[in-house]
Design a protein around this ligand. Structure first.
Ligand SMILES: Cc1cc2nc3c(=O)[nH]c(=O)nc-3n(C[C@H](O)[C@H](O)[C@H](O)COP(=O)(O)O)c2cc1C
Length: 214
């Protein structure tokens, strides 16, 4: 089946993309409102951009949330106004708490308070981290910009501090079998880690090797 984006409406395009770009890691983001209220919400349009300095990216769309005017999400507003956030990496133990934080609460309500999620102080930034999250990135906003017709705001942040629980490491490296990461699949589905496949890094030179040519 060949599909032109011009023949799809917004919903159909969204379903195709989130069904295809899987599994997606989830950034469970804690931020602070200018009034000092802690907010927590999951974002799976999330990835790494560079390691020198360490930089990550996430995207927040402006949802309609039952009304006709797009509304800026609390996370987006907080990060834009305060310039700081923490990416907490969820795992099997924290999956349900992370998912609960996608409930659209009004800005006056704090997800960690409403859902009883314990927090721990961060080392450098003001927003706290999720105490039970095995890995956390403290981030400072580097830049943000809007993209698309229904605006999506892209946030790029420098990681200024890492927290990695000893419980998820083996000989100083993150051990996926101890981390037990979770990923988002299209719709209301999540995936846990399946069988791991080990492929050594290919070695060059590759000049003589051309697929299909002998
Ligand atoms: C696993 C998961 C991933 C999500 N990823 C995104 C995302 O990448 N971008 C987005 O705008 N909303 C995403 N959402 C929806 C937000 O989490 C949801 O709108 C949330 O209520 C925002 O909270 P806030 O207003 O406190 O920031 C996701 C929801 C879930 C459950």
């Amino acid at each position: 089946m060949e599909i032109s984006p011009r023949d799809l409406n917004r919903e159909q395009t969204y379903k195709l993309m989130v069904g295809a770009i899987v599994p997606r890691p989830v950034a469970w983001i804690t931020s602070l409102s200018p009034e000092g209220r802690v907010n927590a919400a999951p974002f799976s349009a999330f990835t790494l951009l560079s390691q020198d300095p360490p930089v990550v990216l996430f995207q927040a769309n402006r949802g309609l949330r039952g009304g006709s005017e797009p509304i800026e999400k609390d996370t987006a507003r907080n990060v834009r106004l305060t310039g700081e956030f923490v990416v907490n990496i969820p795992n099997e133990d924290t999956l349900e708490a992370m998912h609960a934080c996608s409930t659209p609460l009004p800005p006056e309500q704090s997800e960690p308070e409403v859902f009883g999620i314990a927090l721990a102080p961060s080392q450098i930034v003001k927003p706290p981290r999720v105490a039970a999250a095995p890995i956390c990135f403290e981030c400072r906003l580097m830049q943000h910009f809007d993209i698309g017709h229904e605006p999506h705001t892209v946030f790029i942040g420098e990681v200024v501090h890492f927290y990695v629980s000893d419980a998820v490491q083996t000989e100083g490296a993150i051990d996926p079998n101890k981390l037990r990461p979770v990923a988002r699949i299209g719709g209301p589905w999540y995936a846990k880690l399946g069988e791991l496949v080990y492929l050594p890094v290919p070695k060059g030179p590759v000049a003589e090797v051309r697929p299909g040519k002998s």
